[in-house]
Design a protein around this ligand. Sequence first.
Ligand code: PLP
Length: 418
Amino acid sequence: MEEFIYLDNAATTKTSPTVVEAMLPYFSEYYGNASGIYGIGVKSREAVNLSRERIASTIGARPEEIYFTAGGTESDNWALKAAAEMFCSFHVGNTVTETHKNHLITTRIEHHAIINTCEYLEKAGIEVTYLDVDESGIVRLEELERAIRPETFLISVMFANNEIGSIQPIREIGAIAKKYGILFHTDAVQAYGQLPINVEELQIDLMSASAHKLNGPKGVGFLYIRRNLRIRSFLHGGAQERHRRAGTENVPGIVGFGQAAKEAAETMETRTVYEIRLRDYLIDRVLKEIPYTRLNGHRTRRLPNNANFSFQFVEGETLLIMLDMEGICGSSGSACTSGSLDPSHVLLALGLPEDIAHGSLRLTLSAETTKEEIDFTVEKIKQIVERLRNMSPQYEDFVSTIHGEPDTCCQAAPEPVS
Ligand code: PLP
């Protein structure tokens, strides 16, 4: 086994050696500005264009619909702010003026790159509906349709959730958006490279993705913008990215993204079959062997590599620290903000009580994760959860008063899937 077991691939992935290899010449050999007319500049430009073509082909788009950015956060900000500007002129701090359409719909379980951008837009007078999700983290289509108003200009629903892995009904949402003539943006940062995506078939107008989630480098992403969509430039400056995203191109990063996208597309089928088997093995073992444990998110409609558990009577951060001491890298749903540990907004949106939401653990696998690593991890979780529960006064009370009846919010262990 490696020195540590890396099970935090939803946070970021290891850059693949072939991606690094593809990037290297663009640091030291072909370092020319991609806008330059001299030889090494032309080499850079050609490499950027090849990456654009490769990425476009993975989602059924045209190369000119792909705009490189500095990652998923930038793509999300661009999509929402520029879509808002297309439909209504506003100034932060002032009330909306000359409003044409001023309502957007999103969900309660989006990444903060979307949630915080929506809050920013609300300050500028945009009205935002945050859709609830069902207990497995999936948007209810009838609720989405009911939320639509004549002034709705955008629906932004993530393709798959970063914490609980639940996959949204994107095809149906695309069809609803089309029916009402509303723009449809999806944050596909977690889904791109893991799930097949075709922007034409799914009727997506805007889509965000990020290289570091699929074994590419950090700090590079793209926004897919459907042709003919007159969305404004995000960064003002030079004429790069067809005048829509100024700044000298991150050529090595873009080359790495193109290579990672190609590799992810080529390996997707076999890789995801492998990950799903291992993920289900992990889920079955944890639910069967550790009582008072719940799987967060949908049992099958989830990302191939995602498992997210809540352990009753256990504090997630403590569990994580103890796993780290055993060389296991996972993450919890909690965000550490200004010294206080807030439970995850995603887990709360599922209807989990705060104490259960605090005891969550996200483990996200990769093609390199082995069964041996999963077995080791499950054994360690079992030991640590038992140790922490034995130190918990609430657990002691629970055992003495409830006589071992499981809490209703924590499902009983199902039979393992063969
Ligand atoms: N959206 C989702 C769903 C994510 O999971 C992330 C990263 O965790 C982002 C957006 C932000 O992407 P980046 O880290 O490239 O800015």
